[in-house]
Design a protein around this ligand. Structure first.
Ligand code: PLP
Ligand code: ZN
Length: 416
């Protein structure tokens, strides 16, 4: 018995069969997966889940594939840990980090969405996969396609970081740089998807792909001892992750894994040079104004026209949360602060999370006694340019291999 019933339009509610489609042909609303939750409730329990291997597929009944996963079988179950030293620096007593900077295999939360998308693409019979990317998705599609024996075409803005470029090409994917921003890339890819008939993970199979993000939420609830956090801070690009974490909480209640209602306040974070969702939340608007020329050190979040922006705004607002948009300097400070206090080197998107968390704590938008989860979604080794451009990290002493030389260095460094 299939647990995935099919697709449904989020706006008009019309149902569709499982297929590589993403918009409603009647009202152009986005399509979403529908499940047989009663049957899922019969099949899973905390015990069943806990008995399974530590990866995101321990929640397989709530992920939209029909057979066994064939791509990304080891993705997920990344660490959740108490961050007392960072908490102390920010005045928060119960702070946790969920660390997808160490997700397998490409060190970002995108491995979750790609594991689901490529498993589904194979079920649909595709042999070529593709994506429009701000970097991490490119890395993950390239790596997972290589292992699955799929051909991969990856499109991204031509000015991305070296780590994102090398971390795509090394796997043998076809990388095409586009002179333009992400929204230009995305527009082109919609045309290519229609013409070439490939599985574009975040275009024609987007409804399946996006569901992979839910696993971030399931895991953190399980890792918190089957409890929901009071507050969560989520970095936003297209605005999908923040809405899918909320959906994951609702589903866990619906299938009887935890008790409701969801009282978690959702806080969104974007870099100040590309913050259409944050701006709308702050202006108390229902709709965002697209950013035409994104300029932020957080390139992985630089989407000027976020596909799920409208839903992200609603999610933040209805939960009683807020949104913040740290500057480039605050983003790099956030990266350094997390590294120094908790020993985690995150990419610029994680610096956005920490920069926003710091502002939210200082503005008393987050209760200092609440349980707070900060979502770290990518790895710092992929965005070294942000650090070298904004700090003096490359200035350090070089001495001869002589004890006297070290003695002299140590004495003078102590005196300084
Ligand atoms: C893609 C991405 C996000 C946000 O994803 P959306 O679901 O598009 O909002 C956050 N962090 C990192 C590192 C990403 O690559
Ligand atoms: Zn519709």
């Amino acid at each position: 018995m299939a647990l995935v019933k099919g697709l449904k339009c989020r706006e008009c509610g019309r149902p569709f069969e499982n297929a590589p489609i993403h918009v409603c042909e009647y009202c152009f609303g986005p399509l979403e997966i529908t499940y047989d939750y009663d049957e899922i409730k019969r099949r899973i329990s905390r015990e069943v889940i806990a008995s399974r291997p530590p990866n995101m597929w321990r929640y397989r009944e709530l992920l939209p594939i029909d057979g066994d996963p064939t791509v990304g079988q080891e993705v997920g179950f990344t660490p959740l840990f108490r961050a007392d030293r960072l908490g102390k620096a920010l005045g928060l007593k119960n702070l946790y980090i969920k660390n997808d900077a160490v997700n397998h295999p490409t060190l970002s939360f995108k491995d979750r969405v790609v594991g689901v998308a490529l498993s589904k693409a194979k079920e649909f019979g595709f042999t070529t996969v593709a994506c429009a990317s701000t970097g991490n998705l490119a890395n993950s599609v390239a790596a997972n396609a290589a292992r699955a024996g799929l051909e991969a075409y990856v499109f991204m803005p031509a000015d991305l970081e070296q780590g994102k470029i090398i971390g795509t090409r090394i796997y043998g994917a076809h990388l095409i740089g586009i002179s333009g921003n992400y929204d230009d890339v995305n527009r082109l890819c919609s045309e290519i998807a229609g013409k070439y008939g490939w599985a574009f993970v975040n275009i024609n199979i987007r409804p399946y792909y996006a569901e992979g993000s839910k696993s971030f939420g399931y895991e953190l609830v399980e890792q918190m001892g089957w409890k929901l956090p009071d507050e969560i801070v989520v970095p936003m690009a297209g605005g999908s992750l923040i809405t899918k974490i909320h959906k994951s909480f609702e589903e866990m209640i619906r299938v009887g894994l935890i008790r409701g209602p969801v009282g978690t306040r959702f806080h969104g974070a974007q870099g100040s040079g590309c913050a259409p969702i944050v701006a709308a939340v702050k202006a108390r608007m229902d709709f965002f104004k697209p950013v035409k020329d994104p300029k932020t050190v957080a390139k992985s979040l630089a989407i000027g026209n976020p596909a799920d922006g409208y839903y992200a705004i609603r999610q933040i607002r209805s939960s009683g949360g807020w949104a913040e948009d740290p500057t480039d300097e605050e983003i790099v400070e956030g990266m350094k602060l997390l590294a120094r206090t908790e020993g985690v080197f995150t990419e610029t998107a994680g610096g956005v999370t920490i920069g926003a968390l710091k502002r939210l704590a200082a503005e008393h938008r987050i209760d200092p006694d609440a349980t707070v989860v900060a979502c770290i979604t990518g790895n710092g080794l992929k965005t070294l340019e942000a650090i070298t451009a904004h700090s003096r990290v490359m200035e350090y002493p070089v001495i001869p291999a002589k004890l006297e030389a070290f003695d002299a260095y140590f004495a003078s460094s102590r005196a300084a």
